[in-house]
Write a protein that binds this ligand. Structure first.
Ligand SMILES: NC(=O)C1=CN([C@@H]2O[C@H](COP(=O)(O)OP(=O)(O)OC[C@H]3O[C@@H](n4cnc5c(N)ncnc54)[C@H](O)[C@@H]3O)[C@@H](O)[C@H]2O)C=CC1
Ligand SMILES: O=C(O)C1=N[C@H](C(=O)O)C[C@H](O)C1
Length: 249
């Protein structure tokens, strides 16, 4: 006997990512697209879904998640802009809904997830770490969710290893020249037409540097991870942050 397909709704369906997710869901035999909605649409069709994928906007995603959790819908969220406070609210909403799962991942591309993991592993061996993230110029947020997540992973590894702040002789600086600080890691954001999503994680130590680079050249790069998220969230109750946890990395 064949299992019935997982019924999927998409929020942000007319956007760059949402439209790509709609195509990917339509192309997957074990998934069925039941709603493809965007800003201003009536959310009523979501009632037919089991899992809803959200690629909208940092200003919209929390209201969407409140709606989805209140209506008992599993969620796979790629939208960025999640602070610790936002994650805490999602956890507390889910505490009232046993069995319901939410997966929030700043990046669904396999190579980006691996790059973050490798960066976390390398961090304790180097005195200094900096991140350069490069994106298309339509992106709303800076730094990227991926760069912030990477910086936090590096920061945790550095703190666990008892590393001091990286040596830096800068005494005079034009505002922003040394980047933004996330978990005390300098993060530099580049926005250019022509780019999709790219990240370089640079480590510096005694007489050497290590650069880990990932490039998403097309939005299809995110789709295997999104579909994996949809298939796994139905049996992952509670909040999961980061695809690395689904991949058991
Ligand atoms: N986690 C990941 O792997 C990735 C995450 N992203 C993130 O996904 C988000 C969307 O990115 P793009 O698709 O490039 O943006 P986009 O601007 O092309 O699309 C966003 C869509 O959401 C719609 N929208 C806004 N508010 C809404 C609401 N309340 N309900 C339903 N739809 C709403 C907009 O009208 C628009 O069509 C961003 O936060 C971006 O950083 C993007 C690529 C990969
Ligand atoms: O807006 C984008 O395009 C992307 N957003 C995510 C982020 O902020 O990290 C993921 C990826 O970098 C593409």
């Amino acid at each position: 006997m064949t299992d019935s397909p997982i019924r999927v709704g998409v929020l942000g369906a007319r956007g760059r990512m949402g439209a790509t997710v709609v195509q990917a869901v339509e192309g997957a035999a074990d998934l069925k697209l039941v709603a493809a909605l965007d800003a201003g649409d009536d959310f009523a069709p979501l009632a037919d879904a089991q899992v809803v994928v959200d690629f909208t906007h940092p200003d919209a995603v929390m209201d969407n998640l409140r709606h989805l959790i209140a209506h008992g819908l599993h969620a796979v969220v790629g939208t960025t802009g999640f602070s610790e406070e936002r994650l805490a609210e999602v956890r507390s909403l889910l505490a009232e809904k046993p069995g319901l799962g939410v997966l929030i991942a700043p990046n669904f591309a396999l190579g980006a997830v691996l790059a973050m993991r490798f960066a976390g592993q390398a961090a304790r061996f180097y005195a200094s770490a900096e991140i350069i993230e490069l994106h298309h110029n339509r992106k709303a947020d800076a730094p990227s969710g991926t760069a912030s997540h990477t910086a936090r992973m590096i920061g945790e590894a550095r703190a666990a290893a008892g590393l001091e702040p990286g040596p830096d002789a800068t005494t005079s600086e034009v505002d922003g020249a040394r980047g933004a600080r996330v978990a005390d890691v300098p993060v530099h954001s580049v926005r250019l037409p022509g780019l999709v999503a790219h990240e370089e994680i640079l480590f510096g130590g005694e007489g050497e540097t290590l650069t880990i680079r990932h490039d998403s050249l097309d939005r299809t790069s995110f789709m295997p991870g999104v579909l994996l998220g949809v298939r796994s969230v139905v049996s992952r109750p509670g909040l999961t942050v980061g695809l690395e946890n689904v991949l058991d990395l």
